[in-house]
Write a protein of this length. Sequence first.
Length: 132
Amino acid sequence: DEHMFKIKNWALISTSAVIAYSISSGNEAIVFANLALMLAFLYMELIYKSFQDSAIDHSVELSEIIDAAIVGESRDDENSSPYSFGFGRKLVYPSIAQCWRVFRNKQRRHLIRFYGMISLFSVGAYFFGLNY
């Protein structure tokens, strides 16, 4: 979660810097660069969320193996996956499809709200800059 907080922090700081620069330079259209910037930060956060979900799934699988071993059950049925822990497990970079699944997850609507609000403030800053 620390990575996600850092990404949000970077998003807020960079967005504020772009807004401040665009208003101070008198070029309000630069604010629209924030929209692309927000998409980049959102994608980065979705990548980290995908890694986190993968690690949680992996931990649950390991927990199930340990629990089965404690009670003496066998995991040799056709539904169990082969042992895939330790050095043999490779980290797979999340695809766009995996990031899209994370994005569509209803429990992750806070991501949409956060980046949506920043984007809305960016557009608001554009109109504010036009008047001053």
